[in-house]
Design a protein around this ligand. Sequence first.
Ligand code: AKB
Length: 342
Amino acid sequence: MRRRPVVLVTGANGEMGHGLITQLAGTPEFDVLALDIKELDPGMAAQCAATIVGDILDQRLLERLVSEFEIHAIFHLAALLSTRAEFTPETAHEVNVTGTLNLLKLAVEQSRWHGQDVKFLFPSSIAIYGFPSLHAKNQAGRVTEAQHNNPTTMYGCNKLYCEHLGRYYAHHYRQLAVEVEKRGVDFRSIRFPGLLSAFTVPHGGTSDYGPEMVHHAAQGQPYACFVREDTRISFMAMPDAIAALLGLMRAPRAALTRDVYNIAAYNPSAGEFRDLVEKAFPGAEIDFVPDLRRQAIVDSWPIDIDDEAARRDWGFRPEYDLARTFDEYLVPNVRARYVTAG
Ligand code: AKB
């Protein structure tokens, strides 16, 4: 009896999950199996072949998936982001690391069953970088994948370690076993910058000040930005982030010289971001009231990202610059979201 071939998306109800499932649902090549700790929004569930409300820490649940589904790719989006993880660091480690380990084990088991590699798409983050001071951050400027891998958050530590876990499962798993078996995990990872989504409200991240500014202005709500006006990190429109995940998944393995890639689009200061929001939403009330501890996290992240390897190996190109992100993506869609919400 053939099991249903599917692509598994964990964290399906999250910001990236919404964008990814909409894209995947539009392609005949994939049936989506969505897994989230919360019930999927009805509109999302309708786009999936199957949905499961469950925990990636539930090993029994994951074992049961093997009996019903033939998983050929995993987009492992479930994670506790940088701010939320600081309030519960040990829980974040469980979710972000043990959860990822459980999914890597699932990928190996699935590969043993159907005999093909399972592509494992893992969203890492600019949070894996770290600088001892703002001066060091400013001095470093644009960073490549190998530089300054010294995270200062539990989330950043988790993401960096899981990059290495993925590399181990892909290239060194059970290297001393008597029987030499096909490894089975085709691990591919992207270090995402701050992401700007028009269709979901961010929560739990420290780059959230960007999208929060837009969503507050569109609702006519005053916004106290928790970082300084001069704060600068890399951001990207969500459609480009989703396109990058799918682009990396579709790239021929032989073209990839790395398992983990930087990508980037633009790096406005919080003040430049405010100017664009005020232009789109005249009268928006935006103040800068730094939360010094969250500020310290963002000050440990790079000003800019070198994504030359992604552009060379698999043709990554962002479609949205900052102006187009506002004019064609954020402003019309966020405005419609709150007008229809009434
Ligand atoms: C966060 O702020 O934690 C995330 C990230 C930059 O990975 N959005």
